[in-house]
Design a protein around this ligand. Structure first.
Ligand code: BDR
Ligand code: CA
Length: 306
C-alpha cells in the first residue's frame, strides 16, 4: 500500500476523490490537510470531517491550513457557483463529532514525511499553500517526499478560472511556482486530461436508487455540480472528475500518459496562474497529456460506493 496525504478544499469533486481514496485498498490515508479555494479553509475542514464520518473513517485526522496565500495576502471569494454556498452543493451531511487536529497542515506534512522518508505520496487537489509552507520551513523534505500528484494547471489547454489559469494554481500561484521549483518529484494532472473524464447523469441516478446515506449525499452534491457545469462549461456534456483522477493515477499510474516537461507558473499580470510547459527530459514535472477516460470512469464508478 501507498502512504498518502490528501490536500483538499472540499469541494464536490474533492468529496468524490476522498470517497474514492477511502474505498481503494491500495492507499493508506495518513491524514487530510485542508486549504481554501472552493470554500473557506474552516468550511473545507468541516466538510472533510463530515464526509469521513459518513464513510466510517473518523480515524483519519484532518489538519487545517492557513487562510492566507503563501505571500500572506488574503484569498478572494470561494467558488460558490460551482460548489454551492457550503462547498458541497448545499447538501447537509450529518455532523462529525470530531474537530480538526491542533497542529497546522504544513507541520503535519513535515512530521509525516520525516516519519516515513521516501514513502509518502502527497496528492494535492487544491492550491499549494500548505505544501509550499511545509517545504519552505523544511526544504529537505522535498527530496524525502516520494511523489506529489497534483490536480492543477492546464499546460496544453485553456484555463477554467481565467482563460489562462486553472483554479488550484491561480488560487496561490506563488505557492505553486515554489513547489514546482523545489525539486520534489511531481506528476501534474491538469485540465488537459481531467476535462476528458466526465461523470454522467445515469451514474448519479444509480446513486439515487442505491439510497444509502453516502450515496444520497454524493448524488445531491453531483446534481448541483452537474447543473453548475451545464451553465459554466456546456461543451463538456457532463461534470469533470478533476480531483478523482489523481486518485485513479495513484492507484493505477498507467491510466495516463505523461511527458517530462519544464513547467513554470506565471505569478502576476493577466496570465497569473498559467502553467507554461516545454518538453524537456530533465524537466521538473511529469505532465499528463493522455488519459484512458473510459477505463478510469469505470474504475471510479465501481469503487465510489465502496
Ligand atoms: C479544481 O479546482 C477546484 O474547484 C476543484 O475542486 C478542482 O480541484 C478544478 O480546477
Ligand atoms: Ca479541489
Amino acid at each position: 500500500t501507498k502512504q498518502i496525504i490528501l490536500d483538499v478544499d472540499t469541494g464536490i469533486d474533492d468529496a468524490l476523490a476522498i470517497t474514492y481514496a477511502a474505498h481503494s485498498p491500495e492507499l493508506n490515508l495518513l491524514g487530510i490537510t485542508t486549504t481554501f479555494g472552493n470554500t473557506y479553509v474552516d468550511v473545507a475542514a468541516r466538510n472533510t470531517l463530515n464526509l469521513l464520518h459518513l464513510l466510517g473513517k473518523d480515524d483519519v485526522p484532518v489538519y487545517k491550513g492557513m487562510s492566507q496565500m503563501l505571500n500572506g495576502d488574503d484569498h478572494h471569494q470561494p467558488a460558490t457557483w460551482i460548489h454551492g454556498e457550503n462547498g458541497v452543493g448545499n447538501v447537509d451531511m450529518p455532523e462529525s463529532p470530531k474537530q480538526p487536529e491542533a497542529i497546522p497542515a504544513h507541520e503535519f506534512i513535515i512530521s509525516t514525511v520525516r516519519e516515513y522518508p521516501n514513502e509518502v505520496t502527497i496528492i494535492t487537489m487544491a492550491n499549494h499553500s500548505n505544501l509550499a509552507r511545509a517545504i519552505k520551513q523544511d526544504p529537505e523534505i522535498a527530496s524525502l517526499i516520494d511523489e506529489v500528484i497534483l490536480m492543477g494547471g492546464a499546460v496544453t489547454t485553456e484555463g477554467n478560472i481565467t482563460a489562462h489559469a486553472e483554479a488550484n494554481i491561480y488560487n496561490d500561484s506563488e505557492a505553486a511556482q515554489f513547489t514546482m521549483q523545489s525539486g520534489v518529484s511531481m506528476t501534474l494532472i491538469g485540465l488537459d486530461v481531467t476535462r476528458k473524464t466526465l461523470l454522467d447523469k445515469a451514474t448519479i441516478d444509480t446513486w439515487v436508487e442505491n439510497g444509502s446515506p453516502l450515496a444520497e449525499a454524493l448524488a445531491g452534491m453531483c446534481q448541483f455540480y452537474m447543473e453548475a457545469y451545464e451553465k459554466e462549461e456546456p461543451i463538456l456534456k457532463g461534470c469533470p472528475l478533476h480531483d478523482p483522477l489523481t486518485i485513479g493515477v495513484a492507484v493505477e499510474p498507467s491510466l495516463v500518459e505523461t511527458k517530462q516537461m519544464n513547467v513554470n507558473v506565471v505569478t502576476d499580470g493577466e496570465a497569473n496562474g498559467q502553467t507554461v510547459g516545454t518538453e524537456d527530459e530533465n524537466g521538473n514535472v511529469k505532465v499528463a497529456l493522455e488519459v484512458d477516460a473510459e477505463k478510469f470512469v469505470a474504475h471510479f464508478a465501481n469503487r465510489i460506493l465502496g
